[in-house]
Design a protein around this ligand. Structure first.
Ligand SMILES: [Zn+2]
Length: 140
């Protein structure tokens, strides 16, 4: 059994247990998957929230995250969308991220440039930064 995140045409989100993704699609096709809030059977599968909530740090840094390439591409797209909406602070990003984290600067979303080492040291300090993948529309 797997948990599938579902969203109805009215934006209600709920979870359902299904034998497989294919079984979900079969039941959905027969109108058997109904929103518990409004009863609509116009529902769609949402990207797995479990993947997004997965721990991002592996203890030894060697294990690969359990992600299919499609999930990785979806995550990359949502990261880019989040970054596009954030305030661009350019190469001040590491300093600004610290100031925001420690309450010395206005709490807001920022984006900018940082080296891999800088990102890792921010993460070590418990600051929730994420490297944004390069914009590519052909990640498949
Ligand atoms: Zn609904």
């Amino acid at each position: 059994m797997i948990v599938i995140d579902v969203q109805c045409e009215h934006g209600h989100r709920f979870e359902g247990w299904f034998a497989s993704g294919g079984e979900f699609e079969r039941q959905r096709g027969h109108g058997l998957v109904a929103c518990p809030a409004c009863g609509s059977t116009q529902v769609n599968r949402r990207p797995s929230a479990a993947y997004l909530r997965a721990p991002r740090q592996q203890p030894d840094g060697s294990a690969k995250p359990p992600s299919a390439r499609m999930l990785a591409a979806q995550l990359a797209a949502s990261l880019r969308a989040m970054a596009a909406a954030a305030h661009d602070v350019g190469n001040q990003f590491p300093d600004e991220a610290r100031r925001i984290h420690y309450g010395e600067s206005e709490h807001r979303s920022v984006r900018g440039q940082a080296s891999r080492d800088e990102i890792e040291s921010l993460l070590d300090e418990g600051i929730g930064v994420l490297p944004v993948p390069p914009a590519k529309d052909d990640l498949h």
